[in-house]
Design a protein around this ligand. Structure first.
Ligand code: ZN
Length: 332
């Protein structure tokens, strides 16, 4: 089968389309999916550069998100050939204490397609039946493929972790990214007031159309000052930060006393500092979050079926142009 693969770590020049062996059903509940679209995530760029805890076998198939049609299913899988499915790329063991508690993204052997396992940017991929959801009516393949990773991550951040409430104010850094856009849609859905940032005015305009209350260009504007002004000097109840080093100080300065800061990424670097005196005096809560549980997945797929969550697609390219698409994402 054809697949977009990494020949090794380094740069985007390591990406190439090539023929690789097709995957096969292994477990009774495995499902073979014929991928119609795969989507790009920041995680792929981390894989290109090389991650300390991911040691893929090269050539490594990239891509965590995807959607397609069921080609074949094991006897214990409830899916049938021809079913239109979207993929939850987080795989868990189903046997550890975290899995028993329904907290699959805390599974001791949690793994992500495209990171620890072969990815979705291929003609075929095998996933457990529980990692599939039905594609909503009217949702294009490109949209279905773009939905899960970003939406699932943002859903867990805002609901299970930060417990964002109606009427609260949330600051979302980098609303042009997948998680930022999903976080905005979820904040609006929950009845919260979203202040969003981007380095591009056209991305802010999109965010306003999607329901953001205020957009700030973080290249030309003072994000902390705007948040203070918009909250009567108090600060945001919740801050969503996937950016890391570049925004960390601003995130703390924008947070109210007793506020929650939730983190799912470190695009600009992982090394930050916390002044413990400010942490305890302001009684902040700092929360890490990764992916989501199977219940989170079922909830977001249900909301997509109701038309209340829907991904935003930038552009669609053929597999052969995959490397160029990653270059576009890398440029922001
Ligand atoms: Zn487990």
């Amino acid at each position: 089968m054809r697949a977009l693969t990494l020949a090794g770590t380094g740069g985007l020049e390591q990406l190439r389309v090539q023929d690789v062996p097709a995957p096969e059903l292994r477990a009774e509940d495995d499902v073979l999916v014929r991928v119609r679209c795969a989507a790009l995530n920041r995680i792929d760029l981390w894989m290109v550069g090389g991650l300390p805890n991911a040691r893929p076998t090269f050539p490594h198939i990239v891509g965590s998100d995807g959607a397609g049609e069921v080609e074949a299913a094991g006897p214990a899988a409830r899916w049938r050939p021809g079913d239109r499915v979207l993929i939850n790329p987080g795989l868990s063991c189903g046997r550890c204490a975290a899995c028993d508690a329904g907290d699959e993204s805390l599974c001791t052997s949690f793994a992500i397609l495209g990171e620890h396992l072969p990815g979705t940017a291929a003609e075929l991929v095998v996933v457990p039946a529980g990692n599939l959801g039905r594609v909503p009516e009217g949702m294009a393949w490109s949209e279905a493929a773009s939905f899960t990773l970003a939406t699932l991550t943002a859903w867990r951040m805002l609901t299970g972790r930060a417990r964002l409430q109606a009427g609260e104010t949330v600051l979302i850094w980098g609303v042009g990214g997948g998680v930022g856009l999903a976080a905005l849609q979820i904040a609006v859905l929950l009845g919260a007031r979203a202040i969003v940032t981007s380095g591009a005015d056209e991305k802010l305009a999109t965010a306003i159309r999607l329901g953001a209350a205020v957009g700030v260009n973080h290249r030309s504007g003072d994000v902390v000052a705007v948040v203070r002004e918009e909250t009567g000097g108090r600060g945001a109840d919740v801050v969503v930060d996937c950016v890391g080093e570049a925004t960390w100080t601003g995130s703390q300065r924008a947070l109210r006393r007793g506020g929650r800061l939730v983190v799912c990424g470190a695009t600009t670097g992982p090394a930050v500092t916390v002044d413990l005196r400010r942490l305890f005096w302001h009684q902040w809560t700092i929360l890490g979050s990764t992916m989501g549980s199977r219940r989170d997945f079922a909830e977001i797929v249900g909301l997509a079926h109701e038309g209340r969550l829907w991904p935003v697609v930038d552009s669609v390219v053929p597999l052969a142009d995959g490397a160029a698409a990653y270059a576009r994402m890398q440029r922001g």
